[in-house]
Write a protein that binds this ligand. Sequence first.
Ligand code: NAP
Length: 498
Amino acid sequence: MSPTPRSPSVIIIGAGMTGILMVIKLRKAGITNITVLEKKDKIGGTWRENTYPGVACDVPAHMYTYSFEPNPNWSNFFARGGEIQQYFEHVVEKYDVSRSIRFNEAVTDARYKDGQWIIETEKNATYTADFIVCATGILHHPAFPDIEGLNEFKGEMFHTAQWNHNVAVNSDKRVGVIGTGSTAAQAIPELINSGADVSIFQRTPQWLMPLSDFTVSEKVKQRLNKYPWSVKLMRKLSVFMMEHFFTKAVTGHFFQKKLLEFLCKANLRFSIKERSLREKLRPNYQVGCKRVIINKTFYRAIQKPNANLVTDAIERITDKGIITKDGKLHKLDVLVLSTGFHPFNFMRPMNLIGREELHIEDAWSDKIKAYRSMLLPNYPNFFLMLGPNTPIGNFSVIAMSEVQGDYIIKMINKWRSGEFDEVEPKPAAIKTFNDYIKKGLKGTSWVGGCQSWYLDKDGDPVLWPYTWGRWVNEMAEPNMDDLVTTKLDAEEKKDEAA
Ligand code: NAP
């Protein structure tokens, strides 16, 4: 780097897990002109939004933390949502992240013009920046089911990501839940345990892996606080388990795949006593095709007398409840929509406009793709975090973000040293990357005969099909041969400054 490196301005969109991380990483690299634009009045992203009963992370807590901020105080092996939110609030306070955040600033437009990004917000504020780091997350737009009569329902109705805590759920209530994904598997046992009559409307059964969630005693917490190496060890063991068992099981490694299959099938066989219920809960697709649900409470709860698994398809919703195809009306007081998210929105509905007025809707009209999940041709100096093909089955998105964050810092440092003014991927490189991904996807369980949020409109899973180790190695250094770098001439820079 030259003796006096240039000082870039960076706008980060979103103050969730990745946005917070990037503020800390950028400052550590000596970059201080940072503004985070957050649409809500609080940090936390997914953990701020999802407050449904039973919300927890199915990645072990000690690896669902920033590597530089271990937490010896987790109360459970799989941390509860509220505690994760508290962890991020603690990090924000400790690293004084808030001073860089503008809350209630939803970005509506980001346009690349004359070598700079111009960002506009709902409040009509305008910002300019040399770089945008888009930290808008993956699953943040709730998907509402397209079921006839949905809005006719006269009882209380809400999506799990917008839980209405003013609605009491108790033994006087008849509650319906549509969906049986990861979220539902956590919320349903809590609803059943409240004593309410709970009807679960299942369209497709899921495979469940019975991993125990143990509580961490105060004594163990004290030990973890006293011996920081033991927290690191917990993290290493968790990473080892997730990498060498779960990730490999769904990415075509024979032994792990068979073991996972055996454990899920045995779980169904031995947890569900009644044969007809067991058959209703048996998926007809490969284990791991949909995200494996790590859960020990769902099967127990569903066998309670106040639980009713409905497998007849939903015909329509009325003011009183749900009518199924067999003509039966299931009367309900509360209807919970656990119907997932729109996983392919990324930064949208923001108007992201690159070179030559290229709108993101047009850039992605054919297929949603990004070079190394992060860079888009015609969108110079723009980094998308947790973009397409980032998620690794059942692995920690925090670990993935840290690798992406380091990659971004390396790129920005090249800009600081004057190596380039603009950087974007070559169209050929994005094609090569996508061919490489496609090749890996063939061996994965995600193409194992099911419908899931992993699949794009062509049926291609938008996940990373290789190992965690390969992800880390391949992202270690930017491959500049894959990128187009430009230097703006002095005239352009003068215009820019003006
Ligand atoms: P999801 O996995 O997409 O599940 C949505 C559920 O709603 C499915 O059972 C789906 O049925 C059903 N559904 C959707 N539309 C329907 C309709 N019109 N009629 C009937 N059923 C309908 O969503 P999710 O459970 O919210 O989980 C999404 C992801 O969030 C997870 O895969 C995971 O990555 C993440 N998550 C993680 C945790 C964690 O512990 N870390 C917890 C919760 C969520 P079909 O299967 O038939 O489509």
